[in-house]
Each structure stands twice: as C-alpha cells, then as structure tokens.
Ligand binder design. Structure first.
Ligand code: ATP
Ligand code: MG
Length: 255
C-alpha cells in the first residue's frame, strides 16, 4: 500500500511548507463519562464528557484541585480512568496494549510549569534526546532538531545549558522537545506559571503559531488575562465536573 499520496502532512511538513495543511474533522481527544477516583478515595473527575477536534485551542480552567492536571494525566496514560472512556486519536487508552503505549505517547507533546529539562544537556541535546530514546535514526535527528529550534527561536542558544537560559527560553526548549515528535496534540499544564507576564505572552504567541500549523492545544491555566484576551474555547472544571464548555469565551462566566 502506498501511503505517501494520501497520508495527512506531518507537523514538520506543514512547518516547512512542503505540503499544504489539511484539516480533517477527526477528534483528537474524546472523554466519555470519565470518573477518576484515586486510590485514597479522592474523586478528582466526575462523569466528564469532552470532545476536542483536531486544530482546536482549548483553555482548561478552574480552581486549584478542580481536576485539570488529573485530566491531562489521563490523556498521557499516567493514570487510568476509574470509569468511562479516554480516547486519544482514536485509541481507547483503557484497551491499549502495553506495547502500544509509547506510540500513543508520541502523539502528545507535554509541557509542564517547571520545564523538566535535563540539567547536564544543552538545549540541542535536550531536544535530540527525546528522539534518540525512541530509536529515531541518527541522520534524521539533527535536521528535525534544527527545525523545531528555529520555530521556537532558539537556534542561537542551541549549545547552552538550561541554567544558562532565561525562564522563557527554558520553557521554549521544553516546547521544542514536545514538538520534535510531530505530535497531534500539545498538552500544557500551567506552562506560564513560572514566567513573568511579558514572557508569558511571548510563550502564548508561540503556542498560537504552533496551533495555526494544525497542532491541537489543550492548556491548563490560572491566567485570567490571557484566557479572556484570546477568546478561545474555555472548558471550566469545578470539583471534578465540567461546569462550562464555551467557544470564544472569557475566563469567568459571562452573565
Ligand atoms: N495522586 C493523587 N492521589 C490522591 N489524590 C490526588 C492525586 N493527585 C491529585 N489528587 C487530588 O485530586 C484533585 C484534583 O487534583 P488536580 O491536581 O487534578 O487539580 P488541578 O485542577 O490541577 O489543581 P491546580 O490548579 O492546583 O494545579 C485534588 O483534590 C487533589 O488533591
Ligand atoms: Mg494542576
């Protein structure tokens, strides 16, 4: 079977303009009736339904303890749902074979508040490492790393160590690392939580550009100003329930 003619373009193809972006109507994330009860009895999600179509930019908001990080942990199969279905790019995570987990994980780029970079590796090595551990051919690693570093504006810092970078540059390194696998989805858990407002805005602009290239983005945040300014889709959790799911929305519910 020849796949080359009909397969959707990869992120790197869209990035380099070698093929035109194709929007499909596929849903990247589907949560259906999802409840998460932790072993200590704490219920973090209650009967959550959520559908995120490809290309969406979704802000996940809600007070501390509402269940935002738990929802993201279910998507990367860090935790399993106690009830209901979590489906990523058509794969039901509760019925996944162990051997399929790495393949699904590579569809999702993850960005955390605290960057989680390897301190003894340079920017370039941090990003390359993400590919090397999955057995990517050596000849492909260099060009892929160069492209994502250019996208996030870190070509000039490629040989610096994380402690030689500003907070914003560290977070952009983390985004480059998340992108290098050509993910369908980026999940960002309070990515601007440790950044000052100006740098936060730069990071958000970068995520918007990545989204324009066709990558679906789900971002948990407490930043009311950013959410309200952008009028994207807002999914609000409270005590584990979705209490609002609105497009073109503000951080707080409009009356
Ligand atoms: N591993 C765990 N074991 C038991 N309870 C947990 C665990 N992780 C989270 N919880 C609980 O689940 C609930 C939801 O937590 P979660 O971290 O998902 O909230 P959050 O919305 O991300 O909050 P924040 O805005 O503070 O990051 C909280 O009551 C929390 O105490
Ligand atoms: Mg959290």
């Amino acid at each position: 079977m020849t796949q080359t003619a009909t397969a959707p373009p990869t992120f790197l193809e869209r990035l380099t303009g070698r093929r035109h972006a194709v929007r499909t109507s596929k849903d990247v994330v589907v949560l259906h009736g999802v409840t998460k009860r932790y072993p200590n009895g704490r219920v973090a999600l209650r009967d959550v339904d959520l559908v995120v179509p490809e290309g969406d930019f979704v802000f996940l908001v809600g007070p501390s303890g509402a269940g935002k990080s738990t929802l993201m942990r279910l998507l990367i199969r860090d935790e399993l749902a106690s009830k209901g279905h979590v489906v990523v790019d058509g794969n039901d995570l509760s019925h996944l074979r162990r051997s399929d987990v790495p393949r699904i994980r590579r569809k999702i780029g993850v960005v955390f508040q605290d960057f989680k970079l390897l301190p003894r590796k340079t920017v370039r090595e941090n990003v390359a490492f993400a590919l090397e551990v999955t057995g990517t051919k050596r000849a492909l690693v260099g060009p892929a790393v160069d492209r994502v570093l250019a996208l996030v504006g870190l070509t000039g810092q490629a040989n610096q160590l994380p402690n030689q970078l500003s907070g914003g540059e560290q977070q952009r390194t983390a985004i480059a690392r998340a992108l290098v696998h050509d993910p369908r989805l980026i999940i960002a858990d309070e990515p601007t939580g440790n950044l000052d407002p100006v740098i936060s805005w730069e990071l958000i602009q970068l995520l918007l550009r990545i989204n324009e290239l066709g990558v679906t983005i789900l971002m948990a945040t407490h930043d009311a100003e950013v959410v309200t300014a952008l009028r994207k889709r807002v999914v609000a959790l409270e005590d584990g329930r979705v209490i609002r799911d609105e497009t073109g929305a503000t951080y707080h519910q409009a009356d």
